[in-house]
Design a protein around this ligand. Structure first.
Ligand code: AMP
Ligand code: MG
Length: 314
């Protein structure tokens, strides 16, 4: 009745669905969702619904395949991130967030990193008129709040995972991107994450290392006003964000200098021409956060329906 692949999938996942590890991890994840949504609402954010298909989505120049659907002759892509929708949603409310499912057709070489899924969820937020400093401060407070709340509400789960969660201290350390790259050649993020026992910011990415929407510092051409947060203990990247390009001229210039096809972004450009607010924000992966909180080796172990690149998954 089933294909061998389906048979293998059921074999692999059925018992896992009833496992103590998954049951407890999903409880932790539920607390993470509650703590983060509650915190943001308390800080004046309005939750918006995620966008699943759109004619325009994050270009993501790294090796991420496109997933498309066609409807009555209109072509949509599955959302790789809500970056453009966040900027446009700020026309409606000043502070917004969404739990946004992202589809990124990651290459099979990333199957063993323990950090990459083809479908994952970002807590994606954006603040009108904010600076990078302000969103970094919010990010620190948000992470601290989540870890405190999970610690209080999930003591049995933390015991089960033998996880001694340390609530980090503000302000988190910062390292400039170029300095990090020069000091620890190769996988510098991995090394820095390994060597620290509290989260670390990487700031000021080089313009060629990021997408066109991160704002280039007018006083330091070639350097972006953006940041990544790295988890400690080798868990790697937690979030990415920054201030955004938002004026039509700048957005157009950045698209062109990146070598992208402006036509692909025509709808977004049309909104920029009418006027988009200045903003800053970030997206933090919920699946990776769950992995970090549970201290698990892979994201797959703590996800209910993990889509590991190259593997058939429910
Ligand atoms: P990005 O905009 O690419 O930095 O993605 C934002 C956040 O989503 C990252 O910081 C990660 O926490 C998470 N993320 C990105 N790609 C993946 C993936 N393939 N699987 C799981 N989480 C991801
Ligand atoms: Mg990133």
């Amino acid at each position: 009745m089933h294909s061998p692949k389906a048979e293998e999938l059921v074999e692999r996942r059925y018992d896992r669905m009833k496992s103590e590890v998954l049951r407890r991890a999903i409880k932790v994840q539920s607390e993470i969702l509650q703590a983060s949504g509650g915190f943001l609402r308390q800080h004046g954010f309005v939750e918006i619904l995620p966008v699943i298909i759109s004619p325009v989505t994050d270009p993501l120049r790294h090796a991420t395949g496109r997933a498309e659907v066609e409807h009555y002759g209109h072509r949509y892509q599955l959302t790789r991130s809500m970056i453009f929708h966040k900027q446009i949603a700020l026309l409606t409310h000043d502070r917004i967030f969404a739990f946004s499912p992202n589809i990124r057709l990651e290459p099979v070489e990333l199957a063993d990193t323990g950090r990459h899924l083809v479908e994952f969820t970002q807590l994606d937020l954006e603040m009108r008129g904010a600076t990078r400093e302000e969103v970094m401060d919010l990010g620190e407070n948000l992470l601290i709040h989540i870890l405190e709340q999970v610690g209080e509400r999930c003591p049995e789960e933390m015991d089960f995972f033998e996880r001694d969660l340390v609530v980090p201290h503000k302000p988190f350390e910062r390292i400039a991107y170029r300095e990090a790259r020069d000091r620890y050649a190769g996988d510098f993020e991995g090394v820095i994450s390994q060597q620290h026992d509290e989260p670390v910011w990487i700031v000021d990415m080089a313009v060629e290392a990021r997408e066109f929407y991160d704002r280039e510092d007018p006083d330091r051409p070639g350097t972006l006003v953006d940041m990544d947060l790295l988890y400690p203990e080798g868990f790697g990247e937690a979030l990415s964000g920054g201030e955004r390009e938002h004026t039509f001229d700048r957005v157009q210039q950045r698209i062109e200098s990146t070598g992208l096809d402006a036509e692909e972004f025509e709808l977004y450009l049309a909104f920029a021409r009418r006027g988009l607010p200045a903003s800053a924000g970030f997206g933090i992966g919920i699946d990776r956060l769950t992995r970090f909180v549970c201290g698990s080796r892979t994201i797959e172990e703590v996800a209910l329906f993990p889509k590991v690149p190259g593997t058939l998954s429910l």
